[in-house]
Design a protein around this ligand. Structure first.
Ligand SMILES: Cc1cc2nc3c(=O)[nH]c(=O)nc-3n(C[C@H](O)[C@H](O)[C@H](O)COP(=O)(O)OP(=O)(O)OC[C@H]3O[C@@H](n4cnc5c(N)ncnc54)[C@H](O)[C@@H]3O)c2cc1C
Length: 462
Protein backbone atom coordinates (compact mmCIF):
# COMPACT_ATOMS: atom_id res chain seq x y z
CA UNK A 1 0.00 0.00 0.00
CA UNK A 2 1.22 3.49 -0.84
CA UNK A 3 2.80 5.41 2.07
CA UNK A 4 2.64 8.70 0.13
CA UNK A 5 6.33 9.15 0.98
CA UNK A 6 8.90 8.92 -1.79
CA UNK A 7 12.55 9.29 -2.58
CA UNK A 8 11.55 10.59 -6.01
CA UNK A 9 8.19 11.90 -7.12
CA UNK A 10 7.55 12.53 -10.82
CA UNK A 11 4.73 14.84 -11.89
CA UNK A 12 3.31 14.17 -15.36
CA UNK A 13 2.76 10.83 -17.09
CA UNK A 14 3.63 11.82 -20.66
CA UNK A 15 6.58 10.32 -22.48
CA UNK A 16 9.07 12.45 -20.45
CA UNK A 17 7.74 11.49 -17.00
CA UNK A 18 7.26 7.82 -17.83
CA UNK A 19 10.76 7.60 -19.41
CA UNK A 20 12.18 8.96 -16.15
CA UNK A 21 10.10 6.50 -14.13
CA UNK A 22 11.58 3.65 -16.19
CA UNK A 23 15.17 4.93 -16.10
CA UNK A 24 15.23 5.54 -12.35
CA UNK A 25 13.45 2.26 -11.53
CA UNK A 26 15.71 0.21 -13.77
CA UNK A 27 19.12 1.86 -13.51
CA UNK A 28 19.39 3.43 -10.03
CA UNK A 29 19.00 2.20 -6.48
CA UNK A 30 16.31 4.80 -5.73
CA UNK A 31 13.79 2.66 -3.83
CA UNK A 32 10.48 4.55 -3.57
CA UNK A 33 9.32 6.24 -6.75
CA UNK A 34 5.90 7.77 -7.33
CA UNK A 35 4.32 9.28 -10.46
CA UNK A 36 1.29 11.58 -10.40
CA UNK A 37 -0.74 12.10 -13.58
CA UNK A 38 -3.89 14.18 -13.78
CA UNK A 39 -5.62 12.05 -16.42
CA UNK A 40 -6.74 8.42 -16.17
CA UNK A 41 -3.91 6.99 -18.31
CA UNK A 42 -0.41 7.88 -19.49
CA UNK A 43 0.22 10.19 -22.46
CA UNK A 44 -3.15 11.95 -22.86
CA UNK A 45 -1.67 15.36 -23.77
CA UNK A 46 1.23 16.05 -26.18
CA UNK A 47 2.51 12.48 -26.13
CA UNK A 48 -0.88 11.16 -27.30
CA UNK A 49 -0.33 9.45 -30.64
CA UNK A 50 -2.57 11.89 -32.53
CA UNK A 51 -1.10 15.04 -30.97
CA UNK A 52 2.40 15.00 -32.46
CA UNK A 53 4.14 14.10 -35.72
CA UNK A 54 5.35 10.69 -34.47
CA UNK A 55 8.81 11.29 -35.92
CA UNK A 56 11.98 9.78 -34.52
CA UNK A 57 14.25 12.75 -35.22
CA UNK A 58 17.79 11.67 -36.06
CA UNK A 59 18.99 15.07 -37.29
CA UNK A 60 20.00 14.16 -40.83
CA UNK A 61 16.91 15.42 -42.68
CA UNK A 62 16.01 18.23 -40.25
CA UNK A 63 17.48 21.13 -42.22
CA UNK A 64 17.15 23.51 -39.26
CA UNK A 65 19.73 21.43 -37.34
CA UNK A 66 23.44 22.10 -37.58
CA UNK A 67 25.66 19.00 -37.55
CA UNK A 68 26.37 19.53 -33.88
CA UNK A 69 22.69 19.65 -32.93
CA UNK A 70 21.94 16.77 -35.28
CA UNK A 71 24.47 14.49 -33.60
CA UNK A 72 22.98 15.25 -30.17
CA UNK A 73 19.52 14.29 -31.40
CA UNK A 74 20.97 11.20 -33.11
CA UNK A 75 22.28 9.95 -29.77
CA UNK A 76 18.87 10.49 -28.14
CA UNK A 77 17.09 8.78 -31.04
CA UNK A 78 19.36 5.76 -30.86
CA UNK A 79 18.64 5.35 -27.13
CA UNK A 80 14.92 5.30 -27.91
CA UNK A 81 15.43 2.86 -30.79
CA UNK A 82 17.57 0.56 -28.62
CA UNK A 83 14.83 0.51 -25.96
CA UNK A 84 11.91 0.05 -28.35
CA UNK A 85 13.46 -2.68 -30.49
CA UNK A 86 14.10 -4.78 -27.37
CA UNK A 87 10.42 -4.74 -26.31
CA UNK A 88 8.01 -7.62 -26.93
CA UNK A 89 5.46 -5.14 -28.35
CA UNK A 90 7.96 -3.43 -30.67
CA UNK A 91 5.36 -3.46 -33.50
CA UNK A 92 3.13 -1.07 -31.55
CA UNK A 93 5.91 1.30 -30.56
CA UNK A 94 8.35 1.91 -33.41
CA UNK A 95 7.96 1.78 -37.20
CA UNK A 96 10.10 1.70 -40.32
CA UNK A 97 9.15 4.03 -43.18
CA UNK A 98 11.26 5.66 -45.86
CA UNK A 99 12.13 9.27 -45.02
CA UNK A 100 13.42 12.22 -46.99
CA UNK A 101 13.74 15.96 -47.00
CA UNK A 102 12.69 17.43 -50.30
CA UNK A 103 14.42 20.41 -51.89
CA UNK A 104 12.49 22.34 -54.53
CA UNK A 105 14.18 24.90 -56.80
CA UNK A 106 17.82 25.70 -57.49
CA UNK A 107 18.73 27.26 -54.13
CA UNK A 108 17.27 24.50 -52.00
CA UNK A 109 18.84 21.81 -54.24
CA UNK A 110 22.26 23.43 -53.83
CA UNK A 111 21.72 23.57 -50.06
CA UNK A 112 20.92 19.84 -50.15
CA UNK A 113 24.14 18.94 -52.00
CA UNK A 114 26.17 20.89 -49.43
CA UNK A 115 24.31 19.24 -46.53
CA UNK A 116 24.97 15.80 -48.01
CA UNK A 117 28.72 16.47 -48.12
CA UNK A 118 28.78 17.46 -44.44
CA UNK A 119 26.29 14.97 -43.02
CA UNK A 120 26.86 11.76 -45.00
CA UNK A 121 30.09 10.77 -43.16
CA UNK A 122 28.03 10.70 -39.93
CA UNK A 123 24.90 9.13 -41.43
CA UNK A 124 26.01 6.14 -43.55
CA UNK A 125 22.44 5.29 -44.70
CA UNK A 126 21.78 8.79 -46.04
CA UNK A 127 21.47 9.05 -49.83
CA UNK A 128 21.22 11.97 -52.23
CA UNK A 129 18.16 11.24 -54.36
CA UNK A 130 17.50 12.73 -57.80
CA UNK A 131 14.04 12.96 -59.34
CA UNK A 132 14.09 9.39 -60.66
CA UNK A 133 15.32 7.96 -57.37
CA UNK A 134 12.61 9.94 -55.54
CA UNK A 135 9.97 8.58 -57.92
CA UNK A 136 10.88 5.00 -56.94
CA UNK A 137 10.34 5.74 -53.24
CA UNK A 138 7.59 8.39 -53.41
CA UNK A 139 5.94 8.41 -56.86
CA UNK A 140 3.41 11.08 -55.83
CA UNK A 141 6.27 13.46 -54.99
CA UNK A 142 8.25 13.12 -58.20
CA UNK A 143 5.44 12.58 -60.71
CA UNK A 144 2.62 14.77 -61.96
CA UNK A 145 0.09 13.35 -64.45
CA UNK A 146 2.31 10.31 -64.95
CA UNK A 147 5.42 12.34 -65.87
CA UNK A 148 8.37 13.59 -63.81
CA UNK A 149 7.45 17.01 -62.35
CA UNK A 150 9.05 19.92 -64.17
CA UNK A 151 10.55 21.92 -61.31
CA UNK A 152 14.04 21.10 -60.04
CA UNK A 153 13.87 18.72 -57.06
CA UNK A 154 16.41 16.77 -55.05
CA UNK A 155 16.11 14.90 -51.77
CA UNK A 156 18.21 13.52 -48.94
CA UNK A 157 16.83 10.39 -47.40
CA UNK A 158 17.01 6.77 -46.40
CA UNK A 159 14.75 3.77 -46.82
CA UNK A 160 15.53 1.23 -44.13
CA UNK A 161 15.48 2.99 -40.78
CA UNK A 162 13.12 3.30 -37.84
CA UNK A 163 11.54 6.69 -38.44
CA UNK A 164 8.22 6.77 -36.56
CA UNK A 165 7.24 6.25 -32.93
CA UNK A 166 3.90 5.98 -31.20
CA UNK A 167 4.94 8.02 -28.14
CA UNK A 168 1.70 7.06 -26.38
CA UNK A 169 2.44 3.33 -26.72
CA UNK A 170 6.03 4.03 -25.67
CA UNK A 171 4.83 5.79 -22.50
CA UNK A 172 2.59 2.83 -21.61
CA UNK A 173 5.51 0.49 -22.21
CA UNK A 174 7.77 2.51 -19.84
CA UNK A 175 5.11 2.27 -17.10
CA UNK A 176 4.61 -1.48 -17.61
CA UNK A 177 8.33 -2.19 -17.58
CA UNK A 178 8.94 -0.01 -14.50
CA UNK A 179 6.14 -1.73 -12.60
CA UNK A 180 7.73 -5.13 -13.27
CA UNK A 181 11.01 -4.21 -11.55
CA UNK A 182 11.37 -6.08 -8.26
CA UNK A 183 12.39 -4.75 -4.84
CA UNK A 184 11.16 -1.26 -5.62
CA UNK A 185 8.08 0.64 -4.50
CA UNK A 186 6.62 2.03 -7.73
CA UNK A 187 3.30 3.87 -7.32
CA UNK A 188 1.36 5.41 -10.17
CA UNK A 189 -1.39 7.84 -9.16
CA UNK A 190 -3.75 8.58 -12.05
CA UNK A 191 -6.60 11.11 -11.90
CA UNK A 192 -4.73 13.38 -9.50
CA UNK A 193 -3.71 16.94 -10.31
CA UNK A 194 -0.80 18.53 -8.49
CA UNK A 195 -2.05 21.89 -7.32
CA UNK A 196 0.80 23.13 -5.19
CA UNK A 197 4.39 22.31 -4.21
CA UNK A 198 6.04 23.50 -1.00
CA UNK A 199 9.41 22.96 0.66
CA UNK A 200 9.39 21.90 4.29
CA UNK A 201 12.72 21.16 5.97
CA UNK A 202 14.45 18.63 3.70
CA UNK A 203 11.24 17.47 1.99
CA UNK A 204 8.96 18.64 -0.81
CA UNK A 205 5.27 18.60 -0.02
CA UNK A 206 3.31 17.92 -3.19
CA UNK A 207 -0.40 18.60 -2.90
CA UNK A 208 -3.11 17.18 -5.10
CA UNK A 209 -6.84 17.60 -4.54
CA UNK A 210 -7.05 15.95 -1.16
CA UNK A 211 -3.67 14.23 -0.69
CA UNK A 212 -0.30 15.59 0.39
CA UNK A 213 2.70 13.56 -0.79
CA UNK A 214 6.15 13.92 0.73
CA UNK A 215 9.28 13.40 -1.30
CA UNK A 216 13.02 13.91 -1.00
CA UNK A 217 13.32 14.81 -4.69
CA UNK A 218 10.99 15.89 -7.43
CA UNK A 219 10.96 16.04 -11.23
CA UNK A 220 8.09 17.83 -12.93
CA UNK A 221 7.45 16.78 -16.56
CA UNK A 222 4.09 18.45 -17.02
CA UNK A 223 4.61 20.34 -20.30
CA UNK A 224 3.68 24.02 -19.98
CA UNK A 225 2.23 23.29 -16.51
CA UNK A 226 5.80 22.63 -15.28
CA UNK A 227 6.54 26.34 -15.49
CA UNK A 228 3.50 27.17 -13.33
CA UNK A 229 4.70 24.73 -10.63
CA UNK A 230 8.27 26.07 -10.89
CA UNK A 231 6.97 29.64 -10.46
CA UNK A 232 5.04 28.46 -7.36
CA UNK A 233 8.34 27.41 -5.80
CA UNK A 234 9.99 30.67 -6.85
CA UNK A 235 12.07 29.25 -9.73
CA UNK A 236 12.16 30.10 -13.44
CA UNK A 237 10.52 33.45 -12.86
CA UNK A 238 12.51 34.89 -15.78
CA UNK A 239 10.67 32.54 -18.16
CA UNK A 240 7.32 33.12 -19.81
CA UNK A 241 5.62 30.65 -22.14
CA UNK A 242 4.32 30.95 -25.69
CA UNK A 243 2.06 27.95 -26.46
CA UNK A 244 2.20 27.09 -30.17
CA UNK A 245 -0.50 24.72 -31.41
CA UNK A 246 -0.04 22.46 -34.44
CA UNK A 247 -2.90 21.36 -36.66
CA UNK A 248 -2.89 18.66 -39.33
CA UNK A 249 -4.79 17.75 -42.50
CA UNK A 250 -5.53 14.27 -43.80
CA UNK A 251 -5.60 13.13 -47.43
CA UNK A 252 -6.15 9.67 -48.91
CA UNK A 253 -2.83 7.80 -48.82
CA UNK A 254 -0.37 9.41 -51.25
CA UNK A 255 2.97 8.96 -49.47
CA UNK A 256 4.80 5.80 -48.43
CA UNK A 257 6.93 7.47 -45.80
CA UNK A 258 7.93 10.75 -44.22
CA UNK A 259 8.58 13.66 -46.59
CA UNK A 260 9.91 16.81 -44.92
CA UNK A 261 10.53 20.13 -46.67
CA UNK A 262 13.46 22.52 -46.36
CA UNK A 263 13.30 24.96 -43.49
CA UNK A 264 13.03 28.69 -44.13
CA UNK A 265 15.83 29.93 -41.85
CA UNK A 266 13.93 33.09 -40.98
CA UNK A 267 11.10 31.08 -39.39
CA UNK A 268 11.19 29.72 -35.85
CA UNK A 269 9.07 26.64 -36.62
CA UNK A 270 9.72 23.65 -38.82
CA UNK A 271 8.25 23.62 -42.31
CA UNK A 272 5.34 21.25 -42.89
CA UNK A 273 5.79 17.63 -43.87
CA UNK A 274 3.64 14.70 -44.95
CA UNK A 275 3.70 11.16 -43.57
CA UNK A 276 1.64 8.12 -42.64
CA UNK A 277 -0.17 8.29 -39.27
CA UNK A 278 0.82 5.08 -37.50
CA UNK A 279 -2.76 4.61 -36.25
CA UNK A 280 -4.70 5.73 -39.34
CA UNK A 281 -3.93 3.33 -42.18
CA UNK A 282 -4.91 4.34 -45.71
CA UNK A 283 -4.31 8.05 -45.22
CA UNK A 284 -1.52 10.61 -45.24
CA UNK A 285 -1.20 13.38 -42.68
CA UNK A 286 0.20 16.83 -43.53
CA UNK A 287 1.27 19.47 -41.02
CA UNK A 288 1.75 20.67 -38.40
CA UNK A 289 0.81 24.32 -38.63
CA UNK A 290 2.01 26.75 -35.95
CA UNK A 291 -0.66 28.83 -34.24
CA UNK A 292 -0.10 30.75 -31.00
CA UNK A 293 -3.00 29.94 -28.60
CA UNK A 294 -3.61 31.16 -25.03
CA UNK A 295 -3.99 27.66 -23.51
CA UNK A 296 -1.59 25.04 -22.14
CA UNK A 297 -3.50 22.08 -23.59
CA UNK A 298 -5.09 22.01 -27.01
CA UNK A 299 -8.91 21.90 -26.99
CA UNK A 300 -8.91 22.48 -23.21
CA UNK A 301 -10.07 26.01 -22.43
CA UNK A 302 -9.82 25.26 -18.72
CA UNK A 303 -6.04 25.60 -19.10
CA UNK A 304 -6.33 29.26 -20.13
CA UNK A 305 -6.12 30.71 -16.56
CA UNK A 306 -2.96 28.69 -15.97
CA UNK A 307 -1.50 30.06 -19.21
CA UNK A 308 -2.26 33.60 -18.07
CA UNK A 309 -0.51 32.92 -14.75
CA UNK A 310 2.74 31.93 -16.48
CA UNK A 311 2.55 34.27 -19.48
CA UNK A 312 3.16 37.25 -17.18
CA UNK A 313 2.92 39.79 -19.96
CA UNK A 314 5.33 42.66 -19.39
CA UNK A 315 7.74 44.90 -21.32
CA UNK A 316 10.26 42.09 -21.85
CA UNK A 317 7.68 39.62 -23.19
CA UNK A 318 6.32 42.37 -25.41
CA UNK A 319 9.82 42.97 -26.78
CA UNK A 320 10.31 39.30 -27.71
CA UNK A 321 6.93 39.23 -29.45
CA UNK A 322 7.62 42.54 -31.18
CA UNK A 323 11.05 41.32 -32.36
CA UNK A 324 9.35 38.27 -33.86
CA UNK A 325 6.64 40.30 -35.56
CA UNK A 326 9.18 42.76 -36.97
CA UNK A 327 10.53 40.06 -39.30
CA UNK A 328 8.39 40.05 -42.44
CA UNK A 329 8.62 36.30 -43.04
CA UNK A 330 7.60 35.53 -39.43
CA UNK A 331 4.74 38.05 -39.50
CA UNK A 332 3.36 36.59 -42.72
CA UNK A 333 3.86 33.06 -41.42
CA UNK A 334 1.95 33.81 -38.19
CA UNK A 335 -0.86 35.45 -40.13
CA UNK A 336 -1.04 32.53 -42.56
CA UNK A 337 -1.19 30.09 -39.66
CA UNK A 338 -4.18 31.97 -38.26
CA UNK A 339 -5.89 31.63 -41.62
CA UNK A 340 -5.10 27.89 -41.58
CA UNK A 341 -7.73 27.57 -38.82
CA UNK A 342 -10.55 29.27 -40.76
CA UNK A 343 -12.81 26.81 -42.62
CA UNK A 344 -12.61 26.91 -46.45
CA UNK A 345 -9.83 29.53 -46.60
CA UNK A 346 -7.59 27.12 -44.70
CA UNK A 347 -7.94 24.41 -47.31
CA UNK A 348 -7.15 26.73 -50.21
CA UNK A 349 -4.04 28.09 -48.47
CA UNK A 350 -2.82 24.79 -47.10
CA UNK A 351 -3.21 23.11 -50.50
CA UNK A 352 -0.68 25.56 -51.94
CA UNK A 353 1.91 24.52 -49.34
CA UNK A 354 1.19 20.80 -49.64
CA UNK A 355 1.57 20.89 -53.43
CA UNK A 356 5.25 21.59 -52.89
CA UNK A 357 5.37 17.97 -51.68
CA UNK A 358 2.63 16.34 -53.79
CA UNK A 359 2.11 18.50 -56.90
CA UNK A 360 -1.04 16.70 -58.10
CA UNK A 361 -2.95 16.91 -54.82
CA UNK A 362 -6.54 18.20 -55.21
CA UNK A 363 -8.69 20.47 -53.05
CA UNK A 364 -11.22 17.68 -52.43
CA UNK A 365 -8.46 15.41 -51.08
CA UNK A 366 -7.75 17.62 -48.05
CA UNK A 367 -9.65 17.23 -44.77
CA UNK A 368 -8.87 19.24 -41.63
CA UNK A 369 -7.91 16.74 -38.90
CA UNK A 370 -10.29 17.55 -36.05
CA UNK A 371 -9.01 17.34 -32.47
CA UNK A 372 -5.60 16.28 -33.74
CA UNK A 373 -2.38 18.10 -32.78
CA UNK A 374 -1.00 19.29 -29.47
CA UNK A 375 0.75 22.38 -28.15
CA UNK A 376 4.47 23.12 -28.00
CA UNK A 377 5.18 25.09 -24.83
CA UNK A 378 7.95 27.36 -26.19
CA UNK A 379 9.68 29.34 -23.46
CA UNK A 380 10.44 33.04 -23.59
CA UNK A 381 13.71 33.89 -21.87
CA UNK A 382 13.01 37.35 -20.50
CA UNK A 383 16.61 38.02 -19.43
CA UNK A 384 18.02 37.49 -22.90
CA UNK A 385 14.79 38.58 -24.65
CA UNK A 386 14.70 35.37 -26.71
CA UNK A 387 12.18 32.74 -27.76
CA UNK A 388 13.72 29.35 -26.89
CA UNK A 389 13.01 26.81 -29.60
CA UNK A 390 13.90 23.56 -27.89
CA UNK A 391 13.53 21.77 -24.62
CA UNK A 392 14.16 23.71 -21.44
CA UNK A 393 15.05 22.50 -17.98
CA UNK A 394 15.09 24.34 -14.68
CA UNK A 395 17.35 22.46 -12.29
CA UNK A 396 16.98 24.14 -8.92
CA UNK A 397 19.98 22.29 -7.45
CA UNK A 398 17.92 21.42 -4.35
CA UNK A 399 16.50 18.15 -5.70
CA UNK A 400 13.73 19.59 -7.86
CA UNK A 401 13.82 19.73 -11.66
CA UNK A 402 11.22 21.21 -14.00
CA UNK A 403 11.07 20.19 -17.67
CA UNK A 404 9.32 21.93 -20.54
CA UNK A 405 9.53 19.80 -23.63
CA UNK A 406 8.40 21.00 -27.02
CA UNK A 407 9.67 19.16 -30.10
CA UNK A 408 11.80 17.02 -30.34
CA UNK A 409 10.90 16.10 -26.76
CA UNK A 410 9.40 12.76 -27.77
CA UNK A 411 12.61 11.64 -29.43
CA UNK A 412 14.81 12.84 -26.57
CA UNK A 413 12.66 11.42 -23.74
CA UNK A 414 15.23 8.81 -22.65
CA UNK A 415 18.19 11.14 -22.95
CA UNK A 416 16.39 13.82 -20.93
CA UNK A 417 15.46 11.17 -18.39
CA UNK A 418 19.08 10.05 -18.27
CA UNK A 419 20.21 13.58 -17.39
CA UNK A 420 17.55 13.97 -14.67
CA UNK A 421 18.25 10.49 -13.34
CA UNK A 422 21.93 11.37 -12.86
CA UNK A 423 21.09 14.68 -11.19
CA UNK A 424 18.58 13.09 -8.80
CA UNK A 425 20.76 10.05 -8.01
CA UNK A 426 23.64 12.46 -7.30
CA UNK A 427 21.41 14.58 -5.07
CA UNK A 428 20.20 11.53 -3.11
CA UNK A 429 23.74 10.15 -2.98
CA UNK A 430 22.65 6.95 -4.72
CA UNK A 431 24.30 5.09 -7.56
CA UNK A 432 23.57 4.65 -11.27
CA UNK A 433 24.15 1.33 -13.05
CA UNK A 434 26.36 2.73 -15.84
CA UNK A 435 27.27 -0.64 -17.32
CA UNK A 436 23.64 -1.65 -17.89
CA UNK A 437 22.74 1.73 -19.42
CA UNK A 438 25.65 1.37 -21.80
CA UNK A 439 24.71 -2.19 -22.70
CA UNK A 440 20.93 -1.65 -23.05
CA UNK A 441 20.61 1.87 -24.42
CA UNK A 442 23.82 3.50 -25.52
CA UNK A 443 25.33 0.70 -27.57
CA UNK A 444 28.58 1.87 -29.14
CA UNK A 445 27.86 5.49 -28.27
CA UNK A 446 29.73 5.71 -25.01
CA UNK A 447 29.44 9.46 -24.59
CA UNK A 448 27.29 10.04 -21.51
CA UNK A 449 24.73 12.82 -21.18
CA UNK A 450 26.34 14.63 -18.30
CA UNK A 451 26.01 18.12 -19.71
CA UNK A 452 24.81 20.59 -17.18
CA UNK A 453 22.31 22.81 -18.86
CA UNK A 454 20.03 25.28 -17.17
CA UNK A 455 18.14 25.69 -20.43
CA UNK A 456 19.53 23.53 -23.19
CA UNK A 457 18.20 24.51 -26.55
CA UNK A 458 17.83 22.21 -29.50
CA UNK A 459 16.01 23.86 -32.38
CA UNK A 460 12.40 22.75 -32.46
CA UNK A 461 11.32 20.40 -35.16
CA UNK A 462 8.12 18.51 -35.73
C1 LIG B 1 2.30 19.43 -33.11
C2 LIG B 1 3.43 18.72 -32.44
C3 LIG B 1 4.25 17.86 -33.17
C4 LIG B 1 5.30 17.20 -32.54
N1 LIG B 1 6.04 16.29 -33.24
C5 LIG B 1 7.06 15.63 -32.65
C6 LIG B 1 7.79 14.65 -33.36
O1 LIG B 1 7.50 14.33 -34.50
N2 LIG B 1 8.83 14.04 -32.74
C7 LIG B 1 9.18 14.36 -31.46
O2 LIG B 1 10.16 13.80 -30.97
N3 LIG B 1 8.47 15.26 -30.74
C8 LIG B 1 7.40 15.88 -31.30
N4 LIG B 1 6.66 16.77 -30.60
C9 LIG B 1 7.00 17.03 -29.21
C10 LIG B 1 6.50 15.92 -28.30
O3 LIG B 1 5.17 15.60 -28.59
C11 LIG B 1 6.63 16.40 -26.87
O4 LIG B 1 7.94 16.91 -26.67
C12 LIG B 1 6.40 15.31 -25.87
O5 LIG B 1 5.18 14.64 -26.10
C13 LIG B 1 6.39 15.94 -24.50
O6 LIG B 1 6.15 14.94 -23.54
P1 LIG B 1 5.96 15.35 -22.04
O7 LIG B 1 5.78 14.10 -21.29
O8 LIG B 1 7.04 16.27 -21.63
O9 LIG B 1 4.64 16.25 -22.06
P2 LIG B 1 3.13 15.78 -22.22
O10 LIG B 1 3.01 14.63 -23.13
O11 LIG B 1 2.36 17.00 -22.53
O12 LIG B 1 2.78 15.24 -20.79
C14 LIG B 1 2.64 16.09 -19.68
C15 LIG B 1 1.77 15.34 -18.69
O13 LIG B 1 1.69 16.07 -17.48
C16 LIG B 1 0.37 15.95 -16.99
N5 LIG B 1 0.12 17.08 -16.09
C17 LIG B 1 0.11 18.40 -16.41
N6 LIG B 1 -0.11 19.13 -15.31
C18 LIG B 1 -0.25 18.27 -14.28
C19 LIG B 1 -0.51 18.44 -12.90
N7 LIG B 1 -0.65 19.63 -12.36
N8 LIG B 1 -0.61 17.32 -12.13
C20 LIG B 1 -0.46 16.08 -12.67
N9 LIG B 1 -0.22 15.87 -13.97
C21 LIG B 1 -0.10 16.96 -14.78
C22 LIG B 1 -0.48 15.99 -18.24
O14 LIG B 1 -1.77 15.46 -18.02
C23 LIG B 1 0.36 15.17 -19.19
O15 LIG B 1 0.02 13.81 -19.17
C24 LIG B 1 5.57 17.42 -31.17
C25 LIG B 1 4.73 18.28 -30.43
C26 LIG B 1 3.67 18.90 -31.05
C27 LIG B 1 2.75 19.74 -30.23
Amino acid sequence: MSSNQYDLLIVGGGVSGTALLYMTAKYTDIKRIGLIEKYAAPARVNSLSSNNSQTLHCGDIETNYTLDKALKVKRAASMLRNYATAQPDIDHIIFKYPKMVLAVGENECEQMRERFKIFSPHYPDLKLLDKKAISKIEPAVALKDGRLREDEVLALGSTDEYTAVNFEALSRSFVRQAEKIENKEIDIHFNETVTHIKIEKDRFLVETNGICYQTKSLVVCAGGHSLKLAHDLGYGLHYSCLPVAGSYYFTPQCLNGKVYTVQNDALPFAAIHGDPDVLVPGSTRFGPTALVLPVLERYNLKTMPEFLQIFKFDRKVAKVLWDLLKVRDIRNYMFKNMLFEIPLIRKILFLKDVRKIVPALKFKDLTFARRVGGIRPQLIDKVNAKLLMGEAKIDTGIGAIFNMTPSPGGTSCLENAEIDMRAIAGFLNLSVDEESIKKDLLGDDVQHGKEDFPGRVISGDD
